[in-house]
Design a protein around this ligand. Structure first.
Ligand code: HEM
Length: 259
């Protein structure tokens, strides 16, 4: 009868017991699809906050040049004299750039992961029935928004394609001149192709936001079907508010309401 050996043999060399060096927890989590989805969701929420407040701030345009220019000046001198002029804005910009970079990186690496998991495309149309229009166009709308952002910064922040950017104006009652932001927006949207591009890009931003706002709940695992009506209402409402506000600016300038 064969004897059962119960004693366990120790490792022959030290290498067998050498501990695998663990990556820090957050990097470990980020290497998984779930971790990347968390990052997409968290950075998405931060950028949703930015686009909403950016749009609300820009509504000052309807109150006139002095109001909008003072608002821009307020942002540039945030927390002054506690912090030197411009510092807080640069910290906020740094946060925004980090969010954008992480969002893009997570999106890219999730795509690569999905391709490796399923190198052959579905032969049938069933995935198209499940995924709606917004979700299928996320990558395309994301790239258009990125192109829009490059133009937008070159236009209204750096003035590469806008001769009004950097000019200063003293409104009645001002001690010192402030940046003429209102004039640079009007200059920008008086070029019809530019205004139309803003409209187009912001409609795509709306589609992107709709699917993004809907997916956040999925990313964090809060996807009980009981809340689907509420989720859809939130995603639709959020996207609609941002798009209507943003699209109204170029249209108002083209229509001569603002100018
Ligand atoms: C039609 C809608 C929009 C208008 C009228 C508008 C207007 C402006 C203006 C005037 C500035 C320069 C502010 C300054 O120099 O003081 C600016 C900066 C900026 N905008 Fe917009 N914007 C619009 C839509 C958007 C959208 C949809 C995004 C994001 C997807 C965006 C992202 C930014 C960013 C990141 C900056 C730079 C902020 C900074 O560095 O201070 N904007 N925008």
């Amino acid at each position: 009868m064969a004897q059962i050996v119960t004693s366990q043999r120790g490792p022959v060399t030290g290498t067998a017991t050498a501990k695998k060096k663990r990556r820090p927890f957050l990097l470990d989590l980020y290497s998984t699809a779930v971790g990347k989805k968390y990052v997409m969701g968290a950075t998405g929420i931060a950028m949703m906050g930015f686009v909403l407040f950016h749009m609300i701030g820009n509504l000052k345009m309807y109150a006139g040049a002095a109001d909008l220019d003072h608002y821009a000046h307020f942002l540039q001198t945030l927390l002054y004299p506690l912090a030197p002029k411009g510092w807080v804005l640069w910290i906020l910009r740094g946060g925004l750039i980090t969010m954008l970079f992480l969002h893009l990186h997570a999106a890219y690496s999730l795509t690569v992961m999905n391709r490796h998991a399923r190198p052959v495309k579905y032969q049938s149309k069933r995935d198209y029935q499940i995924a709606n229009f917004a979700s299928r166009t996320m990558r395309m709308s994301g790239l258009v928004i990125l192109a829009f952002l490059v133009w937008h910064l070159a236009d209204l922040t750096f003035g590469v394609v806008n001769s009004e950017v950097g000019k200063m104006i003293a409104h009645p009652g001002d001690d010192e001149p402030v940046k003429a932001v209102y004039a640079s927006i009007v200059y920008s949207f008086q070029r019809t192709p530019v205004a139309l591009f803003y409209v187009f890009a912001n409609v795509l931003l709306g589609i992107h936001l709709f699917h993004g706002a809907w997916s956040i709940f999925q990313s964090f695992g809060w996807n009980n079907p009981r809340f689907n009506t509420w989720r859809r209402a939130f995603a639709t409402g959020f996207a609609a508010i941002v798009v209507v506000g943003n699209v109204s600016f170029p249209i108002a300038v083209m229509a001569g309401v603002v100018g």
